[in-house]
Each structure stands twice: as structure tokens, then as C-alpha cells.
Design a protein around this ligand. Structure first.
Ligand code: NAD
Length: 264
């Protein structure tokens, strides 16, 4: 096989269903020959992930709730037994209490602040530490972020603060792991209607706003983000680390659209 990912094995964390961004990445790298082990959060999601994994000839690496360090250990022990060495990890995981993804950021509770940070930020670092041991010939670690880290987006609230911290961790991890040829990057994806996104207040309005205002005049799909993931996980991006790459139809460059801009 001559695929961009042939001979590469790795872990994808964060598939909930066939609308998940993690699934878009899985499909893209599978077409290029990647071998994938999927983790899932709990038995309810196992039922959904199992047939999807089978569709791509992948395997299940086991249950992993990233708020439980022991379950991260268990999954990485499984992977070590199965493969010994890995080449990539995709971390497509985020969580915050839906009740705080609406209204004002200033009202964020301490409990949800901590939980959001633990699951959406610290887990990537925790996973990176386990992955480092298995990436004996270098590797690529990838996480997913959003523009709400850089600028205030309505209702994104504590998740925006978490994504800012996640993006900073990408840089710190890139420096720590660079000497081992382990690259660490993030894709800043434009809004996509997924299970997680449906928890964000007025999400449909955010999608429309992006469609009307992004330079490409469309929102992105999980297949679009998947192809950027393929670049990040393959050797095409071998010189890229510590990067937050926008896959958002160019939305992030807009200050204000011209009054006479077409089609709005
Ligand atoms: P999704 O609901 O399909 O995926 C979110 C995943 O997070 C699920 O698989 C869920 O099981 C997992 N998860 C949550 N808490 C967990 C825990 N404690 N342990 C293990 N797994 C846990 O939604 P998605 O939109 O594909 O989200 C994937 C990533 O993409 C998230 O980090 C999200 O913030 C990011 N992102 C999404 C958008 C968007 O508009 N959908 C845009 C930019 C970035």
C-alpha cells in the first residue's frame, strides 16, 4: 500500500456517533491506510462506536472516561499489549455543563469550571504523557479547538476559556515532546452540528452566521476537518508542531465583511 498513513497505527478518542469530528478524521486516515484503535466513553457509546470501528477494520481499545486517570491507564495498557508502539493519537473530547453554555460567563460555577478544565484541557496532557511512552519512533498528537478560545463567542463561555488553555497546552507539549520527534497540534474547526455542539446555546444561529460571513461562504463538514486531520497525522506535516490550524472556511480572518460583499 502507498497510502499517506500506511504502516501507521494509532488511537482515536472522542467518537460518539457518525457525526463526530473524530469520525471524520477516522474516515480520512483510513482511506490512506491507517490502523485505528477507538476508545469510547461508557457502554452506551460502545454500542455506537463498535459498528463504526468495524466499518474501518479498526479495533476497540476500551472504555475511557478521561476524568478517571485509571481508565486512561487501562486503555493505554491495552494498546501497548496489542501494538507495543503507536504513531498518532487524536483527542476529540470536550465537556461542560450545558446549563453554563448559555447566559453569562461571569456566572460560571467553580465545580463546572474545574470539570470543564479537567475533561477538556488536562485530559490532553494526560493522554500525551501515556502516548509519549508508546511513540518510540516519533508521532503526532492532535486535539480539536475552537475560535471561542481567541475571541468571545456567544454562550461558549467557560468552554472558550478551556480552549484557550488547551491551545496553550499544545505549545507547551510541543516543546516538551519535540526532541522525541513527537509533534503536537490542534485543528481549530468551524462550527459543526454534533452532539457536543447541540449543548451550546443558539448554535443554529452561530452556524448561519458563519455560513454568511466566512470567506468561503459555507460551514465546514467533518470530512473537511478529517482531511486536515490527515495532513496533521501524516508525514506531510512533519515540520509542523505547536500549531493551531484553522479549518473554518477562513472565518477567523474576518474583522468585518465589506458592506457590498455579495450574497448577504
Ligand atoms: P461529539 O459529541 O461527537 O464528541 C465529543 C466527545 O467527547 C464524545 O465522544 C464524548 O464521549 C467525549 N467525551 C466527553 N466527556 C468525556 C470524558 N469524560 N471522557 C471521555 N470522553 C469524553 O462532538 P464533536 O463536536 O465532534 O467534539 C469533538 C471535539 O471537537 C471537542 O473537543 C469539541 O470541543 C471540538 N470542536 C467542536 C466544534 C463543533 O462545532 N462541533 C468546533 C470546534 C471544536
Amino acid at each position: 500500500a502507498t497510502g499517506l498513513m500506511s504502516g501507521k497505527r494509532g488511537v482515536i478518542m472522542g467518537v460518539a456517533n457518525n457525526r463526530s469530528i473524530a469520525w471524520g478524521i477516522a474516515k480520512a486516515i483510513h482511506t490512506q491506510g491507517a490502523e485505528i484503535a477507538f476508545t469510547y466513553q461508557g457502554d452506551a457509546l460502545k454500542k455506537r462506536v463498535e459498528p463504526l470501528a468495524a466499518e474501518l477494520g479498526g479495533v476497540l481499545a476500551g472504555h475511557c472516561d478521561v476524568s478517571d486517570e485509571a481508565s486512561i491507564d487501562a486503555v493505554f495498557e491495552n494498546i501497548e499489549k496489542m501494538w507495543g508502539k503507536i504513531d498518532f493519537v487524536v483527542h476529540a473530547i470536550g465537556f461542560s455543563d450545558k446549563d453554563e453554555l448559555t447566559g453569562r460567563y461571569v456566572d460560571t460555577s467553580p465545580d463546572n469550571f474545574s470539570k470543564t478544565m479537567q475533561i477538556s484541557v488536562y485530559s490532553f496532557t494526560s493522554v500525551a504523557r501515556r502516548a509519549e511512552k508508546l511513540m518510540t519512533e516519533g508521532g503526532s498528537l492532535l486535539t480539536l479547538t475552537y475560535y471561542g478560545a481567541e475571541k468571545v463567542m456567544p454562550n461558549y463561555n467557560v468552554m472558550g476559556v478551556a480552549k484557550a488553555a488547551l491551545e496553550a497546552s499544545v505549545k507547551y507539549l510541543a516543546v516538551d515532546l519535540g526532541p522525541k520527534n513527537i509533534r503536537v497540534n490542534a485543528i481549530s474547526a468551524g462550527p459543526i452540528k454534533t452532539l457536543a455542539a447541540s449543548g451550546i446555546g443558539d448554535f443554529r444561529y452561530i452556524l448561519k452566521w458563519n455560513e454568511y460571513n466566512a470567506p468561503l461562504r459555507r460551514t465546514v463538514t467533518i470530512e473537511d476537518v478529517g482531511d486536515v486531520g490527515l495532513y496533521m497525522l501524516s508525514d506531510l506535516s512533519r515540520s509542523v508542531t505547536g500549531e493551531v490550524h484553522h479549518a473554518d472556511s477562513g472565518y477567523h480572518v474576518i474583522g468585518m465583511k465589506a458592506v457590498d460583499a455579495p450574497d448577504i
